[in-house]
Design a protein around this ligand. Structure first.
Ligand code: CAA
Length: 240
């Protein structure tokens, strides 16, 4: 039977590559998005992957959306908490609003995405939880106190979930992408981006498909003993 996979933020960027890869792996995939209807429609037209619209920062919306996915596709076996935003600013300029937006979406959003699927995974004695963290959660980043806090928090989440889920056949792992050629990175001022690329030994940005490959590996049935780990894919920019 095909595994059912949910990818949040799955219609653009890294998430879209993950959704496509999991489909290619034989999963039945649902991809969520927050607001860009046009991109979601184009994604479904291109891939045939069904999309769902909800705000991961809202628990009730997430729980209702997940219930709908499970009604449509069946119980979720693989959950990829990928949805994330940036609100970059040097700390002395960062507003409480910028702090809370990023915490609510990137960190509370992981809770809201995983918590509703967790009881079913425990009952069925199988689950794959994959959280998309970031190199900037590992090393910190100028102008990203908010974002780095959430991405470091992701690593605490998976290490804790791994211990809680292990006996129930559930794994929880993180992927830490480096700088990947997505809209999020392209939004960084060009001069800053060029200087970042200069710090990547590979001499280039990563491709979304290179992150999807990590997720595919962690999501596989045969990856059951890989639990609480972090895979970094950053072109040798940073080692933990
Ligand atoms: N390291 C050191 N100094 C830096 C810096 C850096 N990475 N980035 C900017 N600065 C410096 C600037 O040179 C400038 O210094 P001077 O005043 O001496 O010239 C100062 O910091 C910026 O001051 P401003 O008041 O002009 O800053 P601003 O309010 O206009 O904000 C910024 C600009 C938001 C910081 C902008 O430079 C920026 O977006 N930087 C990129 C931050 C970044 O790397 N974000 C990662 C996004 S990608 C991502 O998050 C995906 C992932 O997971 C990897």
């Amino acid at each position: 039977m095909a595994r059912i996979a949910l990818v949040t933020g799955g219609t653009r960027g890294i998430g879209a590559a993950i959704a496509k890869q999991l489909k290619a792996d034989g999963c039945n995939v649902a991809a969520t998005y927050a607001g860009n209807d046009e991109a979601a429609k184009a994604f479904t037209d291109e891939t045939g992957i069904q999309t769902y619209k909800w705000n991961v920062a809202d628990y009730e919306e997430s729980a209702a959306g997940i219930a709908q996915v499970e009604k449509d596709l069946g119980p979720i076996d693989i959950v990829v908490a990928n949805a994330g935003i940036t609100r970059d600013a040097p700390f002395h300029k960062m507003t409480p609003e910028q702090w809370h937006q990023v915490i609510d979406t990137n960190l509370t959003g992981v809770f809201n995405t995983v918590h509703p699927v967790w009881p079913g995974m425990r009952e069925r004695k199988f689950g794959r939880v994959i959280v998309i963290s970031s190199i900037n959660g590992q090393k910190g980043q100028f102008a990203q106190v908010n974002y780095a806090a959430t991405k470091a928090g992701d690593l605490g989440i998976v290490k804790s979930l791994a211990q809680e889920g292990a006996r129930a056949g559930i794994t929880a792992n993180a992927v830490c992408p480096g700088y990947i050629a997505t809209e999020m990175v392209m939004a960084v001022p060009e001069k800053v981006r060029e200087s970042i690329i200069g710090q990547i030994p590979a001499g280039r940005l990563g491709e979304p498909e290179e992150i999807a490959r990590c997720v595919s590996f962690l999501a596989a049935d045969g990856s059951g003993f890989i639990n609480g780990s972090t895979i970094s894919a950053n072109g040798a920019q940073f080692f933990v």
